[in-house]
Design a protein around this ligand. Structure first.
Ligand code: ADP
Ligand code: NI
Length: 217
């Protein structure tokens, strides 16, 4: 199968499968990550077929909304790529990326990495910061019925993964617990540059948020 054909078929499959998905992981998120991955990938010595397929399939089944089953995503990706006769080596690499690049994995045990994974991971992380990242955080917080902000609840940087998952902390705390830490975790040079600009934007946003909270603006 010609590469572009495989990519187009995969994009169609993902768009269909994600119909009705929540806003943080819908087809628009995938499109943004796909574009970011193309942009960053151009600057890196990577197999773009692997990068694009992994970007498209990386959230095909988010375990948070599948009773925590981490296997569903990689399995769906494997079955689909096999069904369109993608090369076995490419399928294997893509499923390894999906398995190992999640937000959770980036704060915990990492067992597999590759230049292709690093590109897709950077592309996904970029979508968690900046203006879009802020919108996604408040969307998630609203879905979980969290407070936007509570001056009496300080961010906690020492939570375990499980504590974090079950924490009902206000959404502003997520900036300090995750979002502002992502810039330092970027893998690639171009990813780091884009992240630095988005990081500054979040700092400005927080400054304005607190000023408005106190009625100064
Ligand atoms: P990813 O899909 O990138 O692996 P997650 O599924 O953990 O990441 O998060 C998806 C989106 O929801 C991200 O934009 C993230 O910042 C946001 N999010 C995750 N946990 C929280 C939280 N506790 N409060 C606010 N936003 C959150
Ligand atoms: Ni994602």
């Amino acid at each position: 199968m010609v590469n572009n054909d495989a990519i187009n078929k995969t994009a169609q499959y993902v768009e269909q499968t994600l119909q009705g998905a929540e806003a943080g992981h819908d087809w628009w998120h995938i499109q943004r990550v796909w574009k970011n991955a193309q942009l960053i990938g151009q600057q890196e010595p990577v197999d773009m077929l692997v990068v694009e397929l992994a970007a498209l399939l990386h959230d095909i089944a988010d375990s948070k909304f599948n009773n925590g089953d981490e296997e569903i995503g990689p399995q769906l990706a494997i079955s689909f790529l096999q069904s369109i006769a993608v090369d076995a080596g490419v399928v294997e690499h893509v499923q390894q990326i999906i398995r190992n690049m999640s937000f959770k994995a980036s704060f915990g045990e990492i067992v597999f990495t590759s230049p292709e994974l690093q590109v897709v991971q950077d592309a996904d992380r970029l979508d968690a910061i900046g203006a879009i990242g802020i919108a996604r955080a408040f969307t998630y917080g609203g879905f979980k019925n969290r407070e936007m902000y509570n001056p009496n609840i300080a961010p906690n940087l020492n939570m375990s993964k499980d504590e974090y998952k079950n924490s009902a902390a206000p959404t502003i705390n997520h900036f300090y617990e995750k979002l502002l830490l992502l810039t330092d975790k970027m893998n690639t040079t171009s990813g780091k540059q884009i992240a630095a600009q988005r990081h500054q934007f979040m700092l400005h946003y927080l400054e304005q948020f607190y000023a408005e909270w106190d009625g100064f603006k």
